[in-house]
Structure formats: C-alpha cells, structure tokens
Write a protein that binds this ligand. Structure first.
Ligand SMILES: [Ca+2]
Length: 153
C-alpha cells in the first residue's frame, strides 16, 4: 500500500516527506533503496507542518500500530552511547535526507531516544502516537517508510 507523492507542501524547493509506503518487515537500508528507485530519499521532518502531515496521513496508510522509517540517523559521536549532555534528545541524531535540518520537526516519545542495547542508530515514527523513537536500523517491527523528493513532479 502506498500514498502517491503529493505535489504541494510547505517546502516546495526542498526534499520533504511526501509519500508513505507500507510493506512487510523492512530495514532502513532497504527502505533507502526503495525510495531511491522512486527518485526519492527517506525523508526527514523539517517542521510542525510536516510532522502534522505525517501524523494525520500515516495512520490512514499503515493503520495505528505500525512504525515508519524516517531519514534520521544517530551521529557517529553518539553511536553506542547512552543519553548524556552531548548525546541527548536534541543532539544525538541528524536528518539523513540531505535537505532537512534542525529540530523543529522533532517529537520524541517520552524517554526516547533511549538507545536500548546501544544499537538504536535509526529513527522511526510511531503511527498511533505520532512520536519518534530510536530503533536498530534493521528492526523487524518496522514495515513502512516515508519517501520525499523535491516538488518537481
Ligand atoms: Ca528507542
């Protein structure tokens, strides 16, 4: 199941989340390859508008119980680290889509990112809560991903 890429949005000249795909268990590297095949990348969330679009759209595509890969990766400095001042909720991760910057699109679940087992290097959005969580990049509970591209389509 998928949404179609939408051609409007708050960032017309930037990569932005614009199509959500649901499959079976998928790793982030596999999701990246699937977005690339669409001429897109796994997208980040630049601001509240994009976070709200995800929050309202994701449940209609994947239901309430799934997770969606975001273009969000733990920085090399914070890999294997537990939370501390240099690796906290606002500075452990960076958007990986080559376009999204900053933390205005962040909405971590309470207690996240917790880097459980020290290998939660990728970010997801939980469909029902609309909160973000860090997970292992190969976590098999994730079956969906969001692709984004510049609005020239
Ligand atoms: Ca986590």
């Amino acid at each position: 199941m998928r949404t179609n890429f939408k051609a409007d949005g708050p960032r017309p000249s930037a990569v932005r989340p614009s199509a959500i795909f649901k499959g079976t268990a998928i790793t982030l590297p596999n999701a990246e390859a699937k977005c690339k095949a669409e001429g897109a990348v796994v997208a980040g969330l630049q601001n509240k508008d994009e976070a709200q679009w995800m929050g309202s759209t994701v449940p209609t595509v994947i239901g309430e119980h799934g997770y969606v890969w975001l273009g969000l990766k733990r920085t090399s400095l914070c890999k294997g680290k537990v939370l501390y001042s240099k690796c906290g909720p606002l500075n452990s991760f960076a958007w990986s889509d080559g376009s999204t910057v900053g933390i205005s699109g962040y909405r971590w679940a309470p207690g996240e990112p917790n880097n459980m087992l020290g290998n939660q290097d990728c970010g997801v959005l939980h469909s029902k809560s609309e909160y973000m969580d860090d997970m292992a990049c190969g976590a098999d509970v994730v079956d969906s991903y969001v692709c984004g591209k510049v609005a020239s389509f």
